[in-house]
Design a protein around this ligand. Structure first.
Ligand SMILES: Cc1cc2nc3c(=O)[nH]c(=O)nc-3n(C[C@H](O)[C@H](O)[C@H](O)COP(=O)(O)OP(=O)(O)OC[C@H]3O[C@@H](n4cnc5c(N)ncnc54)[C@H](O)[C@@H]3O)c2cc1C
Ligand code: SF4
Ligand code: SF4
Ligand code: SF4
Length: 432
């Protein structure tokens, strides 16, 4: 037997969720490393009990396996909250915080574990137990920033009660494994709501964006990654403020180089290169942006939610009947279609990356995607290079600027090649 340091962290597979440290019987702790990611530390007194491995999403596989990347669902809905201010603050349509607030209001839970701003530089965000509707609504929006759950798990155990957690798919998977292993968690953890996820970033991503916006990264204490865009929903704006109240230059996602930093996978967690879970298929509900042509034009944002628990379906109906949300059913296929781009990275393109890892003697416990001996695509190779290069880079470093320029050129060539390929006689469209 061994522990997560040898089996997970050493291979760059740790997503820093903190589930292991939250339930371990030993003095495991989560630390923010110099690379701006969370990692567990293991005490010298480790007894090899194996608990950390059993609950780790990158060491154990949940069962039963699901057939679809979306998992089993009871229903999917597309829409947004009715309250304009809430919708504008939320990441997309605000359905996540609306549902969590409804669970509190209807006394199905006592508190929500969600991400809130700290008002400090390091860390800028943390997971905390929120007891009131106001606190939950105040937690709205997406943070492309590492957060970990060990502290709230310990609090939940100590305090007792009924909780809902909002988490990325990797943490949701770890929570499911831990819920199965520990009776106390099965009893108090009522709902896990997963945010659909293409990747998360280290703290250096925020430093880089703060630097691009003209601020000194170490002085930044407030960040909004998704301020309301002017033109289309996916051109959301990054805004940062420093200790003296100074605001940096706003950076729209698509119409500034931010999109290149994002999709070039600069500052990405290394575990995200080997993650197959797009939707959080083992959570009680999955929420995502409605990245479909008919919803992109509405800059106020639209969410899709897919529920897997009758109680959550009922909560959505209550919200609709009370006029708190405007939702309509949407098919599972359309929900999956909304994530088409990132799904490719986590499915067909993932198989050769897993195979490369397997050849180095490292196995990732996946549910559907099997390692497959095929060449890793040029774009994926570049993204892997960028991820490794930026792990230790400081904002504005010349090597990152050069890599960004290369990524831009390769992306343009790639798009051109795909366009030509689509026009060739007998082409089935974008087949990559
Ligand atoms: C790192 C990351 C990657 C994402 N990738 C995609 C993607 O590829 N495709 C897609 O459609 N959607 C993605 N999302 C989800 C999307 O950004 C929205 O969160 C989702 O559409 C729900 O929007 P909403 O308006 O309903 O949420 P809101 O009502 O704004 O509520 C969001 C809730 O999520 C919590 N939260 C914020 N950041 C985090 C975090 N890092 N970890 C855990 N909880 C958090 C907040 O505290 C809040 O309670 C991602 C989100 C994150 C954080
Ligand atoms: S004592 Fe158990 S839970 Fe703690 S680090 Fe060792 S194997 Fe993991
Ligand atoms: S449980 Fe989470 S924090 Fe712990 S080793 Fe696994 S991925 Fe890392
Ligand atoms: S891509 Fe996977 S590992 Fe990375 S943050 Fe998202 S769910 Fe976690």
């Amino acid at each position: 037997m061994s522990n997560v340091i040898e089996r997970v962290v050493a291979h760059g597979l740790c997503c820093g969720c903190g589930i292991c440290a939250g339930v371990a019987p030993c003095e495991m702790r989560m630390e923010l490393t110099d690379e701006g990611v969370y990692e567990p530390t293991v005490p010298a007194s480790c007894t090899d009990c194996g608990v950390c491995l059993v609950v780790c999403p990158f060491a154990s596989r949940p069962s039963p396996p699901t057939q679809s990347p979306l998992g089993e669902t009871l229903g999917c809905y597309v829409g947004h909250v009715a309250d304009e201010a809430h919708r504008r603050q939320a990441a997309s349509g605000g359905l996540t915080t609306a549902l969590l607030a409804e669970l509190l209001r209807s006394d199905e839970i006592d508190a929500v574990a969600a991400v809130r701003a700290t008002g400090q530089h390091s860390p800028l965000f943390e997971v905390a137990l929120l007891d009131t509707e106001e606190q939950v609504l105040g937690s709205a929006s997406s943070r492309y920033y590492p957060v970990e759950f060990s502290g709230v798990l310990r609090q939940m155990r100590q305090r007792g009660g009924r909780f809902a957690v909002v988490a990325l798919p990797c943490a949701a998977r770890g929570l499911r494994l831990a819920r199965k292993r520990f009776g106390w968690l099965a009893e108090c953890l009522r709902f896990v709501i997963a945010l659909t996820c293409g990747q998360n970033k280290s703290t250096r991503y925020t430093d880089h964006l703060a630097w691009m916006s003209g601020l000194r990264p170490a002085e930044v204490v407030e960040v909004d990654y998704r301020a309301e865009p002017a033109g289309r929903a996916d051109d959301f704006v990054f805004v940062a403020r420093d200790r003296s109240g100074g605001e940096g230059r706003p950076l729209p996602f698509v119409s500034s180089p931010v999109a290149r930093v994002w999709s070039g996978r600069f500052y990405s967690l290394s575990s995200c290169m080997y993650c197959e879970d797009m939707f959080g298929e083992y959570a009680d509900a999955s929420v995502m942006d409605a990245w479909l042509p008919e919803f992109r034009a509405d800059v106020r944002g639209t969410s899709i939610i897919c529920v897997r628990q009758p109680a959550l379906d009922e909560a959505m109906q209550r919200l609709r009947e009370a006029g708190r949300v405007q939702i309509e059913p949407i098919s599972r296929e359309r929900a999956i279609e909304s994530q088409r781009f990132n799904l490719r990275f986590k499915s067909v393109e993932l198989a050769p990356r897993l195979e490369a890892l397997r050849r180095q003697g490292v196995e990732v416990p996946t549910v559907r995607i099997r390692p497959r001996a095929r060449p890793v695509s040029l774009m994926n190779r570049l993204q892997q290079f960028n991820q490794r290069l930026s792990a230790r880079a400081t904002p504005g470093s010349p090597v990152v600027s050069l890599a960004l320029a290369v990524t831009r050129a390769v992306t343009r060539l790639h798009r051109l090649a795909m366009a030509v390929r689509r026009r060739l006689p007998g082409s089935k469209g974008d087949r990559q």
